[in-house]
Design a protein around this ligand. Structure first.
Ligand SMILES: [Zn+2]
Ligand SMILES: [Zn+2]
Length: 180
């Protein structure tokens, strides 16, 4: 496991419920910390040589944060959700994400340094078939839902997998046993 962090990223942004905030904006600080599974990135590269896999890197993580901070949202929760969704879409090997978003000097009528929201999300689950620990994003961003993970499996086998495991994720090895 490797942990990649970006700390105290500062943005001027227009998130907020009040018209003033949306017009004038506020200063924000953002911390993000991502635990990645290095082995899984290696495995994916080995099996899907035709596809370039993004291992988590600072440049792209920052770019994702910058783009999402630039989109005004009423709630900070929405900003965090959008960042997490984009991270999952770009990187297939995230074990966990921790995000702390702080609005500096929030307009609450007193002297308050910051109002902040902390979100911790873990994507480690057990394979529905063999029980081994694996990463699953639980939605369409998951590696197991991508075509390259499934295009070697007969459609009828896919149907059986979905029936038997009710859409739950199987690990790479178990999925592979249905190939051919
Ligand atoms: Zn398994
Ligand atoms: Zn999955």
């Amino acid at each position: 496991m490797a942990r990649i962090s970006l700390e105290n990223m500062r943005f001027r942004a227009n998130h907020g419920l009040y018209e003033e905030e949306q017009k004038i904006g506020n200063d924000f600080m953002l911390d993000i910390s991502i635990d990645t599974d290095i082995q899984m990135a290696a495995v994916i590269q080995e099996h899907d040589t035709e596809k370039v896999i993004n291992t988590v890197n600072y440049e792209l993580v920052y770019e994702i944060c910058r783009i999402e901070m630039n989109k005004p949202q009423k709630l900070l929760e929405t900003v965090i959700e959008e960042i997490i969704y984009r991270l999952k879409r770009h990187f297939p090997n995230i074990e966990a994400i921790q995000i702390n978003l702080r609005k500096l000097n929030p307009p609450l009528g007193g002297r308050i340094a910051a109002a902040s929201i902390m979100e911790v999300r873990s994507f480690e689950i057990q394979c529905a078939k063999c029980g081994s620990v694996m990463i699953c994003y639980g939605d369409s961003t998951c590696w197991c839902q991508q075509e390259n993970a499934r295009d070697r499996i007969h459609p009828r086998s896919l149907e059986l997998i979905n029936q038997e495991f009710k859409g739950s994720c199987l690990c790479r090895r178990c999925l592979k046993s249905y190939e051919g």
